[in-house]
Design a protein around this ligand. Structure first.
Ligand SMILES: Nc1ncnc2c1ncn2[C@@H]1O[C@H](COP(=O)(O)OP(=O)(O)OP(=O)(O)O)[C@@H](O)[C@H]1O
Length: 279
């Protein structure tokens, strides 16, 4: 298969901007995201995180500049991207078995009734095995817990053997154990298959062990930095618009916590700083 080499970036934004309904959502997007990275996309509600994903998928054209994905203009590499949309709760799907739903990730674009090929069933089995739900292949989606259902959604996105996996808020509404199981699945995909992963997330803590970088949308501009540069109390306070603190445990684990003092966010121009983080 024509996999990207680790030397070429997975995503490149060159002075990219996105407009919706006649309004600029964000602009001046200038960064590269490495292949085989795990990147969070963070920003306040309405900052334009989903819009970035849609632009990468070619569902939304950039209003200026360019967006390249897996070495091609956005939209051209669609077949190499697995996409798990926000709130995977399509009520029409509850009667499908897990296997049928995963098969839709392979043949969902083919019109009409057609027999499932042996090779397609093999692909579906591999996707279910990668997400640890092979033993639930015959279960109906409606019978599954939220966590298993999210893993079935990830399996559907994996069924076409993508190089880039994009997930929009995959951990929302999951309990902590299910969140950790999903994160473990993503970790395995990244470590064992070298898959590039992008995750829109509001809470970074559960993802931190696997994140290599983050795109953060601040003041109408998307920035990319490695995760250690993003784990900065001032930057996160500015980003979340509420005081937060980065805490490091004696074991070296970092996490984000509400600022104990609850003081107002410090006013400072982080654009100077974030320019230094651009890669
Ligand atoms: N179809 C549309 N037409 C016009 N404006 C839109 C459309 N969809 C979204 N928007 C606007 O674009 C902006 C960015 O939306 P987007 O969904 O990308 O933000 P987001 O960061 O993903 O938000 P959230 O965290 O709430 O999911 C918002 O102001 C939203 O109202």
């Amino acid at each position: 298969m024509d996999k990207q080499t680790h030397h070429s970036p997975a995503i490149v934004l060159d002075n990219a901007a996105i407009s919706r309904g006649g309004h600029t959502i964000w602009s001046h997007g200038n960064f590269s995201i490495p292949t085989a990275s795990v990147t969070a996309i963070v920003g306040t509600n309405g900052a334009g995180k989903t819009s970035l994903l849609k632009a990468e998928l070619g569902l939304l054209a950039s209003s200026s500049g360019s967006i390249e994905v897996l070495g091609q203009p956005a939209g051209k590499a669609k077949a190499k991207i697995g996409y798990v949309p926000q709130s995977y709760s399509n009520q029409d799907d509850v009667n499908l078995t897990v296997e049928q739903s995963v098969l839709l990730g392979i043949n969902g674009n083919r019109f009409g009734i057609h027999p499932t090929r042996v090779s397609e069933r093999g692909q579906a089995r591999r996707a279910m095995s990668l997400t640890g739900i092979e033993d639930r292949a015959a279960a109906r989606l409606g019978e599954l817990s939220g966590g298993l259902r999210q893993r079935a959604a990830i399996a559907q996105a994996l069924a076409s053997d993508p190089e880039l996996l994009i997930l929009d808020e995959p951990l929302a509404n999951l309990d902590l154990a299910s969140q950790r199981e999903c994160v473990q699945v993503l970790s395995n995909l990244n470590h064992e298959l070298g898959m590039t992963i992008q995750i829109v997330a509001h809470d970074l803590n559960v993802l931190l062990p696997i994140l290599t970088g983050a795109v953060y949308i601040l003041d109408g501009r998307p920035h990319y930095a490695n995760i250690h540069d993003v784990m900065n109390s001032d930057l996160l306070t500015q980003l979340y618009g509420t005081p937060v603190e980065v805490v490091t445990t004696p074991q070296g684990n970092m996490f984000i916590s509400p600022h104990a003092g609850g003081s107002k966010p410090k006013e400072q121009n982080l654009h100077t700083r974030s320019r230094n983080c651009q890669q």
